[in-house]
Design a protein around this ligand. Structure first.
Ligand SMILES: NC(=O)c1ccc[n+]([C@@H]2O[C@H](COP(=O)([O-])OP(=O)(O)OC[C@H]3O[C@@H](n4cnc5c(N)ncnc54)[C@H](OP(=O)(O)O)[C@@H]3O)[C@@H](O)[C@H]2O)c1
Length: 252
């Protein structure tokens, strides 16, 4: 049995990681501001990390605005790594995004890259999981690109993945040996970004029109055709997007 603290354990990925760990007989503590643990202020960190063998960081910045995201990921990661060291944590696992290093125009991804650099330089054994965009993120992508009734998106390729598959990989990584490097995971299919969002919105009866525009920015960044795609050695994980849409549709 491994003792794991999941920072951001109440979030989309974090709550699933806690479930997976417990299902497999490990001890998992969900830590977040709601449970009195705040990585920005340091509140509750020493207490929750006492006795932990592994820390999983799947927290997220409440704001995606450039400065706020950078402040969140640098301050919270710095506090967390210092607390890991004091508590003698033997493995730090973090979730980041495929292509962080290729999208310097995006403030959010610059912040994720800064988080990764702090982890690499910390001296703590670590594993970083790079995932592509979650299926669950489709409505947020649409909302961020909406002007009136129109959603304007690049037709660049994207290979999204289900949050369940991401959480299973993060949980398995947490109870494995630190890799002191990065693994990449992605879903089984590629779509144009505009095509993916059109499919997702239309399945849910959302009337917004999705327009393909190669100059449309994705969270501040212009995309080349393959910028968001994983490398050839990424692990490919089911389900397919159409199957996921059906599985997660509200029952009537
Ligand atoms: N969205 C994507 O497509 C995608 C793709 C690849 C990687 N990722 C990465 O996946 C990670 C998890 O994303 P998610 O969608 O699961 O996040 P989420 O659902 O928004 O959950 C965020 C979590 O962070 C916690 N949190 C916020 N402020 C905190 C603080 N000051 N101290 C400690 N915890 C704090 C929240 O706690 P409360 O509930 O208490 O507020 C919550 O548990 C992120 O790091 C993101 O970069 C996302």
């Amino acid at each position: 049995m491994t003792s794991v603290v999941v920072i951001g354990g109440t979030g989309l990925i974090g709550s699933k990681v806690v479930e997976r760990l417990v299902e497999h007989g490990h001890e998992a503590i969900a830590a977040s501001p709601k449970s009195g643990v705040n990585t920005l202020t340091g509140e509750g960190l020493a207490e929750v990390l006492a006795g932990a063998q592994v820390v999983v960081d799947v927290s997220n910045s409440p704001s995606f605005e450039d400065k706020a995201a950078l402040e969140f990921f640098t301050t919270s990661t710095g506090n967390l790594l210092a607390a890991d060291t004091r508590a003698g944590v033997g493995h730090h696992v973090a979730l980041s995004v495929v292509g962080t290093e290729r999208l310097p125009e995006s403030g959010y991804l610059r912040a994720k890259l800064a988080q990764e650099q702090l982890i690499r330089e910390s001296g703590i054994p670590y594993s970083i999981v790079h995932a592509t965009q979650f299926f669950e993120f489709v409505s947020s992508i649409a909302d961020a690109a909406t002007d009136g009734d129109t959603v304007r998106l690049s037709p660049a390729l994207i290979q999204p993945i289900a949050a369940d598959a991401v959480a299973s990989t993060v949980a398995r990584t947490a109870v494995g040996e630190p890799i002191n490097g990065t693994i990449e995971i992605a879903g089984p299919e590629q779509f144009g970004l505009d095509e993916l969002i059109r499919k997702g919105l239309s399945f849910r009866g959302d009337p917004r029109a999705v327009v393909a525009d190669p100059r449309a920015r994705y969270y501040g960044a212009l995309l080349e055709e393959r910028t968001l795609l994983p490398s050839a050695d990424a692990r490919i994980l089911d389900p397919r997007f159409d199957d996921w849409l059906v599985q997660t549709a509200p029952q009537r």
